[in-house]
Design a protein. Structure first.
Length: 136
């Protein structure tokens, strides 16, 4: 599996090198348009805001900022990043290769405790009704 991933990464570099500037710009514009797309539901919008609040970043215009930075990245800069951070022969590359072991260790660490314990409204009633249904 490891060899197949490395072969893919090496071959994908050729896609960047051979990409025409017009195609690169078209891909940048497509990604920018996707990032700037307005959420289609209230849930999607609230998820976007809650992500900022939970992360304590409060950058509610993150998409606009990221797109502005995205549009500044040239094809040559992308290729340099790819060579520096992704290619196997780079000194700066970092890679997690034992994903299964990593996943198996996650259960050994305790979940962090919340700063404040807040009871869920109606949680006792809800769990009691589920227990009652399980008995039947």
């Amino acid at each position: 599996m490891e060899e197949r991933i490395e072969a893919f990464l090496k071959n994908f570099r050729n896609n960047i090198v051979e990409m025409k500037d017009e195609d690169y710009q078209r891909n940048v514009n497509a990604l920018a348009n996707r990032r700037l797309e307005k959420p289609k539901t209230l849930r999607a919008l609230s998820n976007r805001y809650w992500h900022e609040i939970e992360g304590r970043q409060y950058s509610f215009n993150r998409s606009e900022i990221e797109v502005e930075d995205l549009r500044k990245i040239t094809k040559d800069e992308l290729l340099k990043f790819y060579d520096d951070k992704i290619m196997a022969d780079s000194d700066k590359r970092q890679k997690l290769s034992d994903i299964e072991r990593f996943k198996s260790l996650l259960a050994t660490y305790p979940w962090p405790k919340p700063v404040v314990e807040l009871p869920s409204a109606g949680a006792d009633t809800l769990s009691a009704s589920f227990k009652e249904k399980e008995k039947n």
